[in-house]
Design a protein around this ligand. Sequence first.
Ligand SMILES: Cc1cc2nc3c(=O)[nH]c(=O)nc-3n(C[C@H](O)[C@H](O)[C@H](O)COP(=O)(O)O)c2cc1C
Length: 210
Amino acid sequence: MGVTLQPSTMPNAPSEKPVVVGITGASGSALADAVIGRLLASDVPVVTTASSAARMVWREEMDESFGSALERWDATGAFTFHQVGDLRAPIASGTYPTLGMVIVPCSMATAAAVAHGLADNLVRRAADVCIKERRPLVVVPRESPLSAIHLRNLTELAQLGATILPPEPAFYLRQRTIDDMVQFVAQRVLTALGLTDALPANMRYEGPRT
Ligand SMILES: Cc1cc2nc3c(=O)[nH]c(=O)nc-3n(C[C@H](O)[C@H](O)[C@H](O)COP(=O)(O)O)c2cc1C
């Protein structure tokens, strides 16, 4: 079941600066699709790059090919894609203005690399840029169970100012489907990036039911 964007969930003002979306090879390709869809539906330009593992996972998890998804996003006119090896892309430089970045889903390999400044591909370098420029960085990690290594790296990222936003269902909202959960996490990402003030009514906890 899709969720229609309501006026209160739209960004505070139309933006010319893009949000960078890095897609990595953790499970949860649908989360990347939902985040990009919500940003574009909210008139926020999107610049995306995806690791080769991300494409592999996408093939396992999605009905639509990654290439078709790129064409669908591109049709909005507000979408740019760069190959993950293209370290000459503008998002590799702090001089290119952006509203921040989300890594969704974020593999433990990418979490480790970013936590330690290993900027050896475009996802990792764009995140490195966000950290050094003190721009919002939202990390949607996906792994279970989490080892002490994973937890240490995520702690490091949190201490560097990143928002760690695990893709967890809001059980208290009685979400019934994976799509409910995916849309909820995607909306939380927009909030964490500072693009919206409020969650739509069906995504808010408003006290006891009785
Ligand atoms: C189908 C599939 C699912 C995977 N799921 C996860 C996952 O949930 N979390 C994770 O950290 N790695 C997962 N991996 C392993 C990563 O893809 C692998 O560590 C890869 O090197 C990550 O590279 P990247 O961070 O550059 O995308 C998965 C791999 C495959 C093929």
